[in-house]
Design a protein around this ligand. Structure first.
Ligand SMILES: N[C@@H](CCC(=O)N[C@@H](CS)C(=O)NCC(=O)O)C(=O)O
Length: 327
């Protein structure tokens, strides 16, 4: 009965557009959404924004309610109060746009994401390339490993949906998954051949990023001897290039901070074991180590990579998950 009422609630309530405060509309486990969430967590909005997470496909309705364009269905979308409190809210779609918007609103906290001059141009170019190439490739690999038609991956997916998404969406997904999964795989052109290509593409990008970290030029900055760089492109603080690389690589690297999501609970299942082999390979590269370090030191500083128990965990502050029809 409870679930029936929540499902009715999902259908009868129109998606909310907040009048004050910030809302991040997401597909919670999406790495592009994680990029936007990371940016928000670095901003002064970190303690007040809410996350409105939706399951794939069921995200269409709330997203179009925000973008007012049936073709603009991609998440993340950030909603901020408009300049005029009586006027419409500001709606920013796309993870790079969100990071850039927040960096311009909050230069003290996020200005270092886009350094001035030539370095800033390089950061933007690398952010764009990673968004266009690494993001789709890592998504393809994980979806294929999880969904290639074997029930154990589909079961894990269902457990994640139950845990992180509105009850109504998780239930409807379960009912419709036999229809939804093939359509999604086809729409994203995910099959064995394209996944092998995505794996190769990811390896190539990891090689390039490893080379960038090992570049002579710039070294550690400040006249220090050349050697492994702390940040991409020789910056002396994390930039949008580092943040983008780490967030879009997270599905392959599976940083300890993601254990809280429950993905690690699936470690024993065959699909997770297959993915763990890929994770081991990518973690062993300097670029993979960079992702682990950024998640350990910059994203969740409590998570020590030096052998201590990981305590810093990703905590999704999702809201509006389950409401009654009359709420
Ligand atoms: N360029 C976009 C890509 C976002 C994207 O591909 N989002 C996926 C989730 S991983 C999505 O929402 N797909 C569903 C859709 O486009 O309707 C960004 O950086 O935000």
């Amino acid at each position: 009965m409870d679930h029936v009422l929540r499902t009715v609630g999902w259908f009868v309530r129109t998606p909310e557009v907040p009048k004050d405060g910030a809302k991040l509309c997401t597909i919670a486990l999406s790495h592009y959404c994680e990029k936007a969430r990371w940016a928000l967590d670095l901003s002064p909005l970190r303690d007040t924004y809410i996350e409105d997470a939706h399951a794939p496909v069921f995200h269409y309705r709330p997203t179009v309610a925000l973008t007012k364009d049936r073709k603009k269905t991609g998440l993340p979308v950030l909603v901020l109060p408009g300049v005029d409190p009586e006027g419409p809210p500001t709606v920013v779609q796309d993870s790079a746009e969100i990071l850039q918007h927040l960096a311009s609103l909050y230069p003290k906290e996020l200005g270092h994401m886009y350094p001035p001059g030539d370095m800033g141009d390089k950061v933007r170019a690398l952010e764009r390339k990673l968004g266009e190439q690494l993001g789709p490739a890592t998504r393809k690999i994980v979806y294929w490993e999880m969904w290639q038609g074997r029930q154990e991956g589909i079961d894990t997916c269902n457990a994640l949906l139950e845990r992180h998404y509105p009850t109504a969406e998780a239930r409807m997904w379960r009912l419709l998954e036999a229809k939804i999964l093939p359509v999604m795989l086809k729409a994203m052109k995910i099959d064995e051949t394209s996944t092998l290509a995505a794996l190769e593409e990811s390896r190539e990008i990891f090689r390039e990023v490893s080379a960038l970290l090992d570049s002579e030029e710039g070294g550690k900055g400040g006249g220090a001897p050349a050697g492994p760089r702390r940040y991409l492109l020789g910056a002396n603080r994390m930039t949008a290039a580092d943040l983008t690389f780490a967030a879009l690589a997270y599905p392959l690297i599976n940083p300890p901070a993601f254990a809280s999501l429950g993905l690690s609970g699936a470690e024993a299942s065959p699909w997770a074991k297959r993915l763990a082999v890929i994770t081991k390979e990518f973690r062993a590269t300097p670029a993979g180590q960079h992702v682990l370090r950024l998640y350990g030191e910059e994203r969740f500083p409590e998570t020590s990579m030096a052998g201590k128990e990981p305590t810093g965990q990703l905590c999704l502050r999702t809201s509006n998950r389950d409401k009654w029809p009359w709420q």
